[in-house]
Design a protein around this ligand. Structure first.
Ligand SMILES: *Cc1c(COP(=O)(O)O)cnc(C)c1O
Length: 390
């Protein structure tokens, strides 16, 4: 294996990048405070707003770094002193938001967590109980839990948050981590009532990593201006100020800006948003049929109703260990594919359950992966897995 060997990524990010997007990195250099900057960034900001179905009351910020930088900005800028944030977790990435809150505690600030078992989506009744108990000022949700392949009902969860808030007179701001689904399914943040929704470039948007992208409500920005200790690169108000000039607060990766411009134009004006979302549903359905019909002893890990359109998590036979899955991964490398042998920390926890819970593996089908590419991959994956089936 070496730098000349091409691997097609079927992991959950970074994901496959089309040649047209790779070539866009070669577009001319530019200065990020020069007029050239706006020529690239203005359509980027507008196209992102279109993808988010956002209007007058929302703004977009582009934050150098990755999705985590946008998420940390949301926590740091929108949870104030003496406030409580309720972090709702359905897996490793829900835990990440909680970890970020704990790393950014301010005087009197409290971070509490509501956790659900791996493979489960948010239970709205339990959410309601937690809201009544903690009366949080801010709630964080994971739209698509990448570790378990669960897509959470965020619209319904927001409704519960707003309804409970009315009862105790503090309407919490809802912060959503949509890193692994944005660009692969509808995210109508205005209709849902999200205060800040964060994502990144290297998953559903099928670009290299390098930006945290986020949309925020006017109300969120007004609050951010009053919150203390927002940091420098985690200050939503400062990012929003730069965005007014279609700029970033700190120097962006200019090659990635060129790529983002080309890719968003492709998504909206060439492939089309609805066709893109439909392709993701088709990829999920194709993967489910594959698991159910071609892989005896394997099962979809989450409840099917909450199965993600961008990543499928699969429960493997009981005799499959992490080592088996890692061996499968290496065999697929020989065929030119990078396979995902499951979220290792979660698999390790599943193995410790009594009796041990079977391991999981994942198939990332996000971004610009086509049905044809996926079909070919599933064929090779099947042949490789079957060598290990008893
Ligand atoms: C990948 C991922 C993150 C982390 O995003 P980075 O862009 O790697 O910082 C956060 N949340 C979810 C759901 C993810 O899938």
């Amino acid at each position: 294996m070496g730098l000349d060997d091409k691997l097609t990524l079927f992991i959950t990010g970074p994901t496959f990048v089309r040649d047209e997007v790779k070539k866009a990195a070669l577009l001319p250099d530019f200065g990020h405070r020069d007029i050239e900057n706006e020529i690239r960034f203005k359509p980027i900001f507008e196209n992102l707003k279109t993808l988010w179905e956002a209007g007058e009351n929302h703004g977009v910020v582009i934050i150098p770094g990755s999705g985590s930088n946008a998420m940390e900005t949301s926590i740091r800028s929108l949870v104030g002193e003496n406030e409580t944030v309720l972090n709702v977790s359905t897996g490793a990435f829900g835990d990440l938001y909680h970890e970020m809150a704990l790393a950014n505690l301010k005087p009197g600030m409290k971070a509490v967590q509501l956790k659900f078992d791996p493979g489960k989506a948010i239970d709205l009744n339990k959410l309601e109980d937690a809201l009544k108990q903690h009366k949080p000022n801010v709630v964080t949700l994971t739209h698509n839990e990448t570790s378990t392949g669960v897509v959470n009902p965020i619209a319904e969860a927001c409704k519960v948050v707003h309804k409970c808030g009315l009862e105790y007179n503090v309407i919490p701001l809802v912060l959503v981590d949509g890193v692994s689904i944005f660009g692969g399914a509808r995210t109508p943040i205005e209709k849902i009532g999200v205060a800040m929704y964060s994502t990144s470039t290297q998953k559903g948007l099928a670009l290299p990593a390098g930006f945290g992208l986020a949309v925020y409500s006017k109300e969120a920005l007004e609050k951010a201006k009053r919150v203390t200790q927002r940091g420098y690169t985690t200050d939503l108000a400062a990012h929003a100020n730069s965005a007014k000039k279609y700029q970033t607060l700190t120097t962006p990766n200019c090659a990635l800006v060129n790529q983002l411009m080309v890719q968003l134009d492709y998504i909206i004006n060439k492939e089309g948003i609805n066709a893109r979302f439909k392709r993701h549903e088709d990829m999920r359905n194709l993967t489910h049929t594959f698991v159910e019909e071609d892989l005896p002893g394997f099962e979809i890990f989450p409840e099917k109703h909450y199965a993600s359109p961008t990543v499928t998590c699969i429960k493997v036979p009981t005799y499959f260990t992490q080592e088996t899955l890692n061996a499968v991964k290496e065999e697929l490398r020989g065929h030119g594919y990078l396979m995902d042998p499951g979220y290792e920390k979660m698999n390790a926890a599943l193995a410790k359950q009594v009796p041990p819970h079977p391991m999981t593996m994942r198939i990332g089908h996000m971004g610009d992966i086509t049905l044809a590419m996926l079909t070919t991959y599933l064929d090779v994956l099947k042949d490789t897995l079957m060598k290990h089936v008893k």
